[in-house]
Design a protein. Structure first.
Lengths: 172, 320
């Protein structure tokens, strides 16, 4: 009886681990898409609305899902409170404190930091160019992430379960 | 002054706070040039400022404005959004909260032969706008003829209180005075100096019956206001371009009085400028007020009538 309970527990936890890893692959494209949409909204705010960066970031941040939105909100916050001297620094601070909560990877992080270096510091045309470039980059990454998702998500989920099963079989 | 402090980098802010209060209160200009000492103008004097806020005549002792600081300053002025200042960078000055104006110079970027903007901004001239109420008292008696507002031109070199006077005239007409009842006033504030608008709301008191068209090109703005707001008098700063002259002409023939200002030190000098010369020759203006700073900012040097004859001899000052 005890053995049976142990087996069920092992099976359950192994599947959970697999499921967690799989979920990471499932969330990444979703958040990438949100980030992409966010940058497009930022482009509209900057190029057509001529909204000052701080307000633009806040507006965009409020309209995005929490994990990605808080990146923008944090950047707006540090600009408002003058914790950051410029947009680059603000974005860096935001990434440092909130990146862990997203399922995004280093590539996305690099796109954002390089965008930060020019954000707000040139005329509209130039801003648009850089924002579009970042969006194109993210689009590429999104496709990649989706491919990875379809390849690995199910795999990790079943792998978790199967590993659990293996352990259980070996135990018996 | 606080509005200016808010947009300055911390280092400059602390230097200016360390200035003697007598100097700080009369600060008119803060001039910052990359790799050059910080210069201030207060009252009629100019001086360099050391890192500890002492005045000095020795340029080498002055606190040097670095490239890093100039980038910071531009960041703060633009709220980290240079793209919002495209039009301002094209014109070479930025108006900030409170109607203060920051003139800029640096490397100009051209596009098809026209100025597209300024890159690498290296010189800043922060001009502190001061509101002086009651400055119009000396000119108001000459501004009305049987309750009708006369068309007037204020001629003044830069820094002589032209805009201050114009603003006070707008306010006095809008509130009403002992010479006339209150009237509807329309201000076309192309450089956001007269009313110092922020998000369209005048930061300076321009009177209760005043409509302000902020940051609008003068020529187009005057026509817009006439059509949309039916003002009794139009107030416009720094008329100079040919299309401005034509708009003044149009406005006057639409039955609206126009009070405007122009750069210059003599009527003859202004009359030689193409756009204004035509207006002056055809006797559009009934009053000319010539300002200088011989007895402090805002000395009224002379008042002339339509035929350029002096209306009043002598000088009247309203500076304190």
């Amino acid at each position: 009886m005890v053995k049976l309970i142990g087996a069920v527990l092992i099976l359950f936890s192994a599947s959970m681990v697999g499921w967690q890893i799989g979920r990471f692959y499932a969330y990444r494209p979703v958040q990438l898409r949100a980030l992409l949409v966010g940058l497009q909204m930022l482009e509209t705010e900057i190029v057509y609305g001529l909204t000052p960066l701080q307000q633009a970031l806040l507006k965009v941040g409020n309209r995005l899902p929490a994990e990605v939105g808080q990146l923008f909100q944090a950047a707006a916050g540090s600009l408002r409170e003058e914790r950051a001297q410029n947009a680059d620094e603000a974005l860096r601070l935001a990434i440092e404190s909130h990146w862990q909560q997203t399922s995004l990877r280093k590539q996305e992080r690099d796109v954002l930091t390089s965008l930060g270096q020019v954000l707000g510091s040139s005329d509209r045309e130039d801003q648009q160019k850089h924002l579009r470039l970042a969006v194109t980059h993210l689009r590429g990454l999104e496709e990649e992430a989706r491919a990875e998702q379809s390849r690995y998500e199910k795999m990790y989920k079943s792998l978790g379960f199967l590993c659990g099963l293996l352990v259980v079989i070996l135990m018996f | 002054m606080n509005e200016i402090m808010a947009i300055l980098p911390a280092t400059i802010r602390s230097i200016l706070t360390a200035l003697p209060s007598a100097v700080r209160e009369h600060l008119e200009e803060i001039r910052l040039r990359q790799n050059q000492p910080l210069e201030i103008r207060f009252g009629q004097q100019t001086s360099y400022v050391t890192a500890t806020g002492q005045l000095t005549a020795n340029a080498r002792q002055g606190w040097s404005f670095t490239e890093e600081q100039s980038v910071k300053l531009l960041n703060l002025v633009s709220q980290h959004s240079l793209y919002t200042l495209e039009e301002e960078l094209k014109r070479g000055y930025i108006t900030v909260t409170g109607g203060h104006r920051i003139g800029i110079a640096g490397k100009v970027v051209l596009e098809r032969g026209e100025v597209k903007g300024i890159r690498d901004v290296t010189s800043f001239n922060i001009r502190i706008a001061r509101e002086k109420k009651g400055t119009a008292q000396k000119v108001l008696p000459y501004l009305f003829d049987n309750g009708r507002i006369l068309n007037a031109l204020i001629i003044s070199p830069p820094q002589c209180g032209k805009t201050t006077l114009l603003r006070d005239i707008a306010r006095s007409i809008s509130y009403g005075s002992e010479w006339s009842s209150s009237r509807k006033v329309g201000i076309v504030d192309e450089r956001s100096e007269l009313a110092g608008c922020l998000n369209g709301v005048p930061q300076r008191d321009v009177g209760p019956r005043t409509d302000v068209l902020d940051a609008c090109p003068k020529a187009a703005g005057m026509m817009m206001l006439i059509r949309s707001m039916s003002p009794d008098v139009l107030i416009v700063d720094e008329v100079g371009r040919p299309e401005d002259g034509e708009a003044v002409w149009e406005a006057i023939h639409a039955g609206v009085s126009v009070i405007c200002s122009a750069h210059g030190s003599e009527i003859d000098e202004v009359a030689r400028r193409p756009a204004l010369g035509k207006l002056i020759q055809s006797g559009v203006f009934s009053r000319y007020f010539v300002l200088d700073r011989s007895k402090g900012v805002g000395t009224i040097h002379g008042i002339y009538d339509r035929d350029l004859r002096p209306v009043k001899k002598g000088e009247v000052t309203w500076s304190s």
